[in-house]
Design a binder for this molecule. Structure first.
Ligand SMILES: [Zn+2]
Length: 114
C-alpha cells in the first residue's frame, strides 16, 4: 500500500479500519526509512557549510551558519542580503580578537588606545 494523498483520501472516505491501519503503517514506514533521514541530514550539513562560507565573507560565520541550518537556501539569501559586518578589531600586542569597548586586551592585558 502506498502513502500518498490520493490513497489517504480514498482510505479516509472508505471508513474501513483495517485499510486505514494498513495505510498508517505504510506512512510510518516512509518516515522510519533511513534513506529519508540520510538525505535530510546531508542537506542540513550542506546548508550549514554554504551558510558558513557566506558568513566567512560577511564576517558573521555563526549568524550565517545558523541561518543556513534553520532556513536552508532561504537563509543563504537572507545572509547575502544582510550588510557585511565590520571585522573584529585585534590586539596590536598579541593579535587576538577584541570585544568592542575593551580597555585592556583580555588575552595579554595590553592597554588599548580608544
Ligand atoms: Zn593582546
Amino acid at each position: 500500500m502506498a502513502c500518498d494523498i490520493a490513497t489517504l483520501m480514498q482510505v479516509l472516505q472508505s471508513g474501513d479500519p483495517d485499510e486505514q491501519m494498513q495505510t498508517l503503517d505504510a506512512c510510518s514506514a516512509v518516515l522510519i526509512d533511513p534513506t529519508l533521514w540520510y538525505w535530510l541530514i546531508g542537506f542540513t550539513i550542506v546548508c550549514a557549510l554554504v551558510g558558513a562560507l557566506i558568513g566567512k565573507y560577511k564576517n558573521a560565520v555563526v549568524r550565517d551558519t545558523l541561518l543556513g541550518v534553520a532556513l536552508g537556501p532561504l537563509g543563504w539569501l537572507i545572509s547575502l542580503l544582510l550588510p557585511k559586518s565590520a571585522p573584529k578589531p585585534s590586539c596590536r600586542a598579541c593579535g587576538k580578537s577584541l570585544e568592542a569597548g575593551d580597555r585592556y586586551c583580555r588575552h595579554c592585558g595590553a592597554a588599548l588606545s580608544p
